[in-house]
Design a protein around this ligand. Structure first.
Ligand SMILES: [Zn+2]
Ligand SMILES: [Zn+2]
Length: 187
């Protein structure tokens, strides 16, 4: 996704549009959700020469797929992401030394759109994707879909009490037994 921008020269105001379909590169996503590599990605961008560099703005449209973080159901939807990114000319002076690493650059009349588009798309993805806002998810005990079984619950004993119950049970079971019977069971 490298573009030659030599044609824009260095005259602020010159611009052109970029409208094309392309195959999504890899890693346009996060753990549970993202854009499948190779899926159709539509670019509708404007490239504009400004004083400090080339301003790229517009929209990138992608197909997002993933799974619900609560119930693991598949999720799929279209997403239009606004993009606005300034690629500085190589000799453009930056005010802050530390900003230089973060700034995107025009390098030898080329700009690499991919990292800028990746950032824009990944930022627009939900941090915790859900199939629906009110998805109730799965029961952590047995995995049943909670909305299919309203009121579903398990008798859960507090683990601290469970330990005591276990101890009491063991003591009661062993009390009537003699040492001999214990040995017989073991052999
Ligand atoms: Zn869900
Ligand atoms: Zn359950």
């Amino acid at each position: 996704m490298t573009l030659v921008v030599k044609d824009l020269g260095r005259s602020p105001g010159s611009m052109r549009t970029l409208e094309e379909h392309t195959a999504a590169p890899k890693d346009f996503g996060v753990a549970l959700i993202g854009v499948q590599q190779g899926s159709d990605m539509e670019l509708d961008l404007k490239l504009e020469a400004v004083h400090e560099g080339i301003l790229v703005s517009g929209t990138v449209s992608v197909d997002v797929t993933g799974e619900c973080g609560r119930c693991l159901d598949p999720i799929a939807y279209d997403l239009d992401v606004k993009v606005q990114e300034l690629f500085y000319y190589e000799d453009a002076e930056l005010l802050e030394e530390e900003e230089q690493d973060e700034q995107r650059r025009v390098e030898r009349d080329l700009i690499d759109l991919e990292p800028a588009l990746r950032d824009a798309v990944v930022t627009a993805l939900p941090f915790q994707p859900v199939c629906r806002e009110d998805c109730q998810g799965l029961c952590p005990e047995c995995g049943i879909r909670l909305e299919e079984d309203p009121g579903h619950h398990h008798e859960v004993v507090d683990p601290r009490w469970a330990a005591l119950v276990g101890l009491a049970g063991t003591a009661a079971d062993e009390a009537p037994k003699s040492k001999e019977s214990d040995e017989r069971e073991e052999s």
